[in-house]
Design a protein. Structure first.
Length: 185
């Protein structure tokens, strides 16, 4: 773990000196220097004192970099296609188990000719257009601003039944081992 570098970055961003941290925590400047250069690993109690002095949660110091806030700029979004109709899918953001996608449905397009199923849960919000959502024996006609959710292990299908290109925001919650599958929609 790179806790020391995280501590140094926070301390410098907040314009706090090592001396100020040491005065508040009772630690020596030499020890703090070793912590910040990752030459020593402080105890949880010591990390808690440092976190309090920096006014950050202890858990933040313990997080790995890939667990922290992730930003995807609009111009940096990954774009793929999905399904037999090659729906355009913009990958808005992802965590270990949550995927957020923006899916374009041309008029008449669907997630596939036959309903499909996979592990996880999905939440959809219709941003634009008129969509038909089908799962098992349930179906619903949805328009702009409507949302729906389902357990994705039950076969499901979404179809644009309107005259304009539909746009649907989709959040997928998957188990960590299933989250790598980019073609799940």
């Amino acid at each position: 773990m790179d806790i020391g570098s995280t501590i140094r970055t926070i301390r410098q961003r907040k314009k706090i000196t090592i001396a100020q941290i040491c005065a508040e925590t009772g630690l020596s400047q030499g020890f703090m220097s070793q912590v910040e250069t990752n030459k020593t690993s402080p105890s949880i109690a010591t990390l808690d004192n440092i976190a309090n002095a920096l006014k950050v949660p202890l858990t933040y110091l313990l997080m790995k970099k890939d667990e922290r806030m992730s930003i995807v700029r609009k111009e940096e979004r990954k774009t793929t296609t999905s399904g037999s109709e090659s729906l355009k899918v913009e990958h808005l953001c992802s965590s270990k188990t949550l995927k957020l996608r923006l899916v374009e449905f041309p008029p008449g397009a669907s997630t596939g000719e036959t309903p499909h199923a996979h592990k996880g849960e999905e939440v959809h919000m219709v941003i634009r257009g008129k969509m038909l959502a089908e799962q098992g024996e349930d179906s619903a006609l949805l328009e702009e601003g409507d949302s729906f959710s389902w357990n994705a292990c039950i076969p499901h299908r979404v179809t644009n039944v309107g005259d304009e290109t539909g746009l649907v925001l989709v959040a997928l919650h998957l188990e960590a081992e299933d989250a790598q599958d980019e073609d799940i929609l």
